[in-house]
Design a protein. Structure first.
Length: 325
């Protein structure tokens, strides 16, 4: 089973276990780049100064905002006596080992505590403290498009790699062609993808391939709907069944889908996990009920928003009438 963690999950894991952090820590140090995320969160929670690994060694703190400094807060790195060096996760432990070596060679005077947010049962002993155990296979929200698992992934295009077309653009004509050529990118992978699976029609393969080449998206396969036109696609409404069929036929271990409703159906039909961009959550085949509840919540929120828009002129007119009285 794929394990997925979001920015919210990380923030929650840190805030729930702030008690693990010694209260005589003077400085939070993040190991670039991902380690700067939890370092920032902890520095804000504890109202402590922040720097990166090179900053610790060179004696340079990162700038801070207008948050009120407390009387015990150190002004410079040299004033600090005890520092916490943190990374987002441990895989093999090589990154934290390299950080330790670099700090040891610099012979800094501060006492150093090493930490990671996510560890495995095999790497938890490589740090002094950790906040959660997250086993493999795993992906994080901050690196899901730069992960080795992409070679074993199916990925949607519209709403993931690029923006979705608007209703006006989705005319199966000139406006749609313009969209295909000029769609603005969203989450672009930096590693080759196993299979791109899209509900775009097969007849738009040349425009799609040109766009993918333009933005450097590498892939093994590009699967598109082989239907005559947009009207037929709309009538059949086979987006999720088509995507889940391709997903089942491949050795892919994850499908990255833009829309929640389709993500729920793909997980159901394929019996495999689906990462939904709309909610930033992993939908498991055996946990569809939770996803269905989330989908209903989104539907209700959307209807309430529409209702408020429709009531706005009425409320404005009522306000003017009351003012006249």
């Amino acid at each position: 089973m794929m394990n997925f963690r979001t920015f919210d999950d990380m923030s929650s894991a840190l805030s729930k276990k702030l008690n693990l952090i010694p209260r005589d820590i003077d400085l939070i140090v993040g190991i670039p780049r991902s380690g700067l995320i939890p370092a920032n969160i902890l520095a804000l929670h504890l109202n402590l100064p922040l720097t990166d690994l090179d900053g610790l060694i060179s004696g340079r703190m990162l700038g801070k905002g207008r948050t009120r400094a407390h009387t015990k807060q150190r002004v410079t790195v040299n004033d600090c006596r005890k520092v916490l060096v943190i990374d987002d996760s441990l895989w093999t432990g090589e990154t934290i080992a390299m950080a330790k070596q670099k700090i040891d060679e610099a012979n800094i005077p501060q006492e150093v505590i090493y930490a990671a947010v996510y560890v495995t049962s095999n790497t938890k002993d490589k740090v002094d403290l950790y906040f959660d155990i997250c086993p493999f296979p795993r992906m994080f929200e901050w690196n899901f498009m730069h992960h080795g698992y992409l070679e074993n992934a199916c990925i949607d295009i519209d709403g993931v790699l690029c923006e979705d077309p608007t209703t006006q653009e989705n005319d199966d004509g000139i406006k749609y062609l313009n969209f295909l050529e000029n769609a603005k990118p969203l989450f672009l992978p930096t590693l080759p993808v196993g299979c791109l699976v899209t509900s775009r029609l097969e007849k738009y393969r040349p425009q799609t391939e040109t766009w993918l080449k333009k933005y450097g998206v590498e892939y093994q396969k590009l699967c598109m709907l082989d239907l005559p036109d947009g009207e037929t696609r709309k009538a059949l409404n086979c987006h999720a069944t088509f995507k889940s069929k391709i997903y089942r036929q491949t050795k892919s271990i994850i499908f990255i889908e833009s829309e929640l409703k389709q993500a729920i159906d793909i997980a159901k039909y394929s019996n495999k996990p689906v990462l939904c961009i709309e909610t930033r959550r992993l939908i498991m085949p055996d946990n569809e009920s939770f996803a269905q509840i989330e989908y209903r919540k989104m539907q209700i929120a959307s209807k309430l928003k529409m209702l408020k828009r429709r009531l706005r002129p009425f409320r404005s007119n009522m306000s003017r009438l009351l003012q006249r009285k």
